[in-house]
Design a protein around this ligand. Structure first.
Ligand SMILES: NC(=O)C1=CN([C@@H]2O[C@H](COP(=O)(O)OP(=O)(O)OC[C@H]3O[C@@H](n4cnc5c(N)ncnc54)[C@H](OP(=O)(O)O)[C@@H]3O)[C@@H](O)[C@H]2O)C=CC1
Ligand SMILES: CC(C)CCC[C@@H](C)[C@H]1CC[C@H]2C3=C(CC[C@]12C)[C@@]1(C)CCC(=O)C[C@@H]1CC3
Length: 341
C-alpha cells in the first residue's frame, strides 16, 4: 500500500515546481488526487506564488503552499528544510527536480556527422556530445551545476531525514525520493575524483550520472527506514531549459519532425505533462516492489500517448556508498567554513 491510500494527508514536496516539468507534475498530481497537499519549493518568491495561484485557480479545493529554496546555496537549503520540518511531520513524496544546464552552443559539426552514422538515434535520445557547456562557481565555492542539480538536493534529503520514512514496524509510513535525472547521464562524463566536474566538459551529464549513483546509495542506506529512492528520465521536453539551447520558435517549427522521430526515439516526449509521466507513475507504485537499479523513463508514442519504460542501470552499491561519503565530506567542510565565519 502506498501513502495515497493512507487516511492521513499525503504531502508532496517538489523542487523547481514553478515551471516546466515540476509545474506539470504538480498539475498532474492534483488532477489525480485533490486530497494531496503540495508544497512548491522554488527559489523565486514571485514565480512560486504565481505558480501556486495558477494551480489554485485550476483546482479550487487544492491544498498548495510554497517554500523558498535555492539548491545552489546550502544556507537556503538549511532554511527551507527547517521550514518544511516545522510544517510537516511527514513527507510522503520528495521530488528532487530543480535543475539547470548552462549551454553556450550546439556542436553542429558533430550533429551532422552523427546524423549520417549508426549512432544517430542514440544521439537524439541522449544528446551526448552535442552541446557545449559552461559552469560557474557558487557563493559556497562549489561548481554551480553540481551544487544546484545534486549537492543541494542531497543536503535537503539529509536535513529532512526525520520527516522521511519511519521505523520499520510502521510499514505504511513510507517515503519516496524521486530524482529527475536524464538520458544524458553517462558514466564516461563522471569521475569520483572530480565529483564537481571542475576539469571536464559536461558538468550536466556528470551531475545527472552522480544522481543515478546517489539514488542507488540512498536505497542501500535508507530502505531499512522505509525511504525509497528512484531516478526518472523525462525525455526531451520543451521547457526553459531547452529554450536555453535553441529558441522556442525553432522547437515549434521542428515539432512534426520530433513527433515522427518518436518511432525510433520514444524519449521525445516534447510536452511537460508527457515528460512528467514517469514522475506521476512512481507516486502510484508500491516502492518496495520497485527495482532500485532501474531508471524510469517517460516515453511517448507517435500518436502522443505517454507511457513508462524501465531501463536497467549498472551501478554498484559500493559506488553509491563512496559517493555518499564524498558528499558528506563536502558538507562537513562547508559547515566548518560556516562556523568559522
Ligand atoms: N527539459 C528537458 O528536456 C529535460 C529536463 N530534465 C531535468 O528536469 C528538471 C526540470 O527541468 P525543466 O522543467 O526541463 O526546466 P525548467 O528550466 O523549466 O525548470 C527548472 C526548474 O528548476 C528551478 N531551478 C533552477 N535552478 C534552481 C536553484 N538553484 N534552486 C531552486 N530551483 C532552481 C527553476 O526555477 P526558476 O524558474 O526560478 O529558474 C525551475 O523551476 C531538471 O532537473 C532538468 O535537468 C531532464 C531531462 C530532460
Ligand atoms: C533537428 C533538431 C532535433 C536538432 C536538435 C539537436 C540537439 C540540440 C538536441 C538533440 C537531442 C537533444 C537532447 C537534449 C538537448 C537538445 C538536444 C541535444 C538534452 C540533453 C536536454 C537535457 C537532458 O537532460 C536530456 C536531453 C537529451 C536530448
Amino acid at each position: 500500500m502506498n501513502a495515497m491510500a493512507n487516511s492521513r494527508r499525503t504531502v508532496a514536496v517538489i523542487t523547481g515546481a514553478n515551471a516546466g516539468i515540476g509545474y506539470a507534475l504538480a498539475e498532474r498530481l492534483l488532477k489525480k488526487s485533490s486530497k494531496i497537499h503540495l508544497c512548491l519549493a522554488c527559489r523565486n518568491k514571485a514565480r512560486a506564488e504565481e505558480a501556486a495561484d495558477k494551480l489554485k485557480q485550476k483546482f479550487p479545493d487544492a491544498d498548495v503552499d510554497i517554500v523558498l529554496l535555492d539548491t545552489s546555496s546550502v544556507a537556503s537549503v538549511h532554511r527551507a528544510a527547517a521550514e518544511l520540518r516545522n510544517r510537516y511531520d511527514h513527507i510522503d513524496y520528495l521530488y528532487l527536480n530543480a535543475g539547470m544546464m548552462k549551454v553556450t552552443g550546439v556542436d553542429w559539426g558533430y550533429f551532422w556527422r552523427g546524423l549520417f552514422s549508426s549512432r544517430v538515434f542514440y544521439m537524439f535520445a541522449t544528446g551526448e556530445g552535442l552541446l557545449v557547456h559552461e559552469d560557474e562557481v557558487t557563493d559556497d565555492g562549489l561548481q554551480g551545476v553540481f551544487e544546484t542539480n545534486l549537492f543541494g538536493h542531497y543536503v535537503l534529503v539529509k536535513e529532512l531525514e526525520d520527516r522521511l520514512g519511519s521505523s520499520a514496524s510502521d510499514r505504511y509510513n513510507r517515503s519516496q525520493l524521486i530524482w529527475t535525472s536524464s538520458s544524458n547521464a553517462t558514466r564516461k562524463n563522471f569521475s569520483m575524483e572530480d565529483l564537481q566536474h571542475e576539469h571536464g566538459k559536461d558538468p550536466y551529464s556528470s551531475s545527472k550520472f552522480a544522481m543515478d549513483i546517489l539514488s542507488v546509495g540512498l536505497n542501500d542506506s535508507m530502505n531499512k527506514r522505509n525511504v525509497y529512492s528512484h531516478v526518472v528520465c523525462p525525455g526531451l521536453v520543451m521547457t526553459n531549459l531547452t529554450y536555453g539551447i535553441l529558441p522556442a520558435w525553432f522547437w515549434t517549427l521542428i515539432m512534426p519532425f520530433i513527433c515522427l522521430l518518436r518511432i525510433f526515439v520514444p524519449g521525445m516526449t516534447y510536452s511537460a505533462p508527457n515528460g512528467a509521466e514517469a514522475l506521476v507513475w512512481l507516486s502510484t507504485q508500491d516502492p518496495v516492489s520497485l527495482d532500485p537499479q532501474v531508471k524510469y523513463q517517460s516515453f511517448c508514442g507517435v500518436t502522443g500517448h505517454s507511457y513508462v519504460n524501465q531501463e536497467k542501470m549498472s551501478i554498484g552499491v559500493d559506488e553509491g556508498q563512496e559517493l555518499i561519503k564524498k558528499l558528506d565530506e563536502i558538507d562537513e567542510s562547508l559547515q566548518k567554513k560556516c562556523s568559522k565565519n
